[in-house]
Design a protein around this ligand. Structure first.
Ligand code: IMP
Ligand code: MG
Length: 172
């Protein structure tokens, strides 16, 4: 099996710049907290924050969700949590992919309890065909088909391929 390019490095760069510009406009004059979700969002988050020209604090979380009721409230396993309070802060979650939407739904529920002034979601990818939990995505880079994607932070085969500079799919 080999990997075929699905979204090129150039297209990613262009889209990340556009999203950065949108955030700069939407939050002009404000201070924000970005919460990057490890490990998948590492590249998207690193590239996106360099396009943001606002006072910004960076937090990272590592989470996974389990349980799969179609209503929200799966369980969220937090392996790494934020270090400083987000109370009364403008917060943007930066994630790699919203697939079924369970992880993001659980994460939003949890962060809302911490009292942010606002909470928005930015994700690199969204797979509408797989969506089971409605998630409002405020800043989306790309919608993708129902294919397993890898690269640019996303892994396959238990942790590999994150270092690809583009987003790929398997080709048999
Ligand atoms: P959820 O189904 O929306 O909760 O997504 C859970 C997690 O599965 C995401 O944060 C990704 O880490 C992973 N994931 C889902 N689809 C893909 C994919 O196509 N490639 C790589 N990881 C994926
Ligand atoms: Mg993830």
């Amino acid at each position: 099996m080999s990997v075929k390019e699905y979204i090129s490095e150039e297209r990613i760069k262009t889209r990340v710049k556009e999203i950065g510009a949108e955030i700069n406009k939407d939050y002009a004059g404000e201070e924000i907290v970005i919460i990057g979700i490890l490990n998948g969002a590492i590249m998207f988050c690193a590239d996106l924050i360099r396009e943001i020209k606002l006072p910004l604090r960076l937090e990272m979380m590592s989470v996974s969700s389990y349980g799969d009721s179609t209503e929200s409230s799966g369980e969220l396993d937090i392996r790494l949590d934020i270090k400083k309070s987000i109370k009364d802060k403008h917060v943007i979650i930066v994630e790699d992919i919203v697939d079924t939407g369970l992880t993001m739904t659980c994460l939003i529920e949890r962060l809302k309890k911490l009292g942010p002034k606002s909470l928005k979601v930015s994700t690199l990818l969204y797979k509408p065909a797989r969506s089971k939990h409605d998630v409002k995505i405020d800043y989306l880079a790309f919608e993708v088909e129902d294919k397993f994607v890898l690269g640019y932070g996303l892994d396959a085969m238990g942790g590999f391929y994150r270092n690809l500079p583009f987003i790929g799919v398997y080709e048999s």
